[in-house]
Write a protein that binds this ligand. Structure first.
Ligand SMILES: O=C(O)CCC(=O)C(=O)O
Ligand SMILES: [Fe+2]
Length: 266
């Protein structure tokens, strides 16, 4: 496809995706999660469980990206060529090496939390544990992970996030319902060299909420809301458990595969 046609295809996809997202959110029950695009629930995990999961990740995360066991692998973001979020390492499909997480998945604890808010069934692909190292230079700015289908993430801080320098999750309340601004940003990306789904313009940074919270706090989030990790993450690394899901209607099955392309073959 020629450059112009590819760009036009990107713009059409942005319009289509945002229209479907707008329709999706227009038909949801009214509550804090559907209004803001996220909800913060304190005390979801005990401090002991937070320490246990952080240690489990620390055992496997050092070194280059590699397979651990079954579908569990590590993803070292600095191995991607885009140069963003280079301080992040993640252990993916942790449910395959940890009974506690396997049982949480099976009991549908997180799925239920989303379901009561969305009024529809939700599936989780799997759990990741992220180590987000100190990074004041390469953090990706405001973006959405996708427009449609809805991508749902549940983040649990595994250590206290007390100040901006601890790297809080940052999200613009209500922005999952925005339409024109997201499309314009995607047009701008198609016309320049902007990364897909970056939201660089018309985002009022003052309205963004930085989630400062203690270890064990759960953040339910829909990733079509405009969000980012905090760019000036200077104080201490952050560990977070992340559950990745979507509505059952859009679930493709299988477990997490993000970043597997960077694993050594064999
Ligand atoms: O780690 C964070 O605070 C945000 C990262 C992010 O953009 C995401 O997980 O979609
Ligand atoms: Fe994101």
């Amino acid at each position: 496809m020629s450059g112009v046609r590819a760009r036009w295809a990107t713009c059409r996809a942005a319009i289509w995706g945002n229209r479907r997202a707008r329709w999706f959110w227009a038909h949801k029950p009214a509550n804090e999660f559907t209004r803001n695009g996220f909800e913060v629930i304190e005390g979801f995990l005990s401090r002991e469980e937070c320490v246990r999961l952080s240690r489990l990740a620390d055992v496997h995360l050092p070194g280059p990206g590699h397979r651990v066991e079954r579908t569990c692998y590590t993803w070292v973001k600095s191995e991607a060529s885009h140069g963003r979020n280079t301080g992040v390492r993640e252990l993916l499909n942790v449910q395959d090496i940890d009974e506690g997480l396997a049982s949480m998945l099976h009991r549908r604890t997180i799925q239920d939390l989303f379901e009561v808010r969305l009024g529809e069934r939700v599936e989780i692909y799997g759990f990741g544990i992220q180590f987000d190292g100190i990074d004041t230079a390469t953090k990706r700015g405001f973006h959405v992970d996708g427009f449609f289908p809805p991508q749902l993430k549940a983040f649990v801080y595994l250590n206290d996030v007390e100040i901006d320098g601890d790297g809080p999750y940052t999200i613009v309340p209500g922005s999952h319902r925005w339409f024109g601004r997201k499309i314009l940003n995607d047009f701008a990306n198609a016309l320049s060299t902007g990364a897909k789904r970056d939201m660089r313009f018309l985002v009022p940074a003052r309205r963004a909420r930085r989630v400062i919270a203690s270890a064990g706090t759960l953040i339910l989030s829909t990733q079509d809301a405009i969000h980012k990790g905090w760019g000036d993450h200077w104080n201490r690394p952050r560990h977070a458990l992340v559950a990745y899901g979507t509505t059952t209607d859009h679930f493709r099955g299988g477990s997490l595969t993000e970043g597997v392309e960077f694993l050594p073959v064999g």
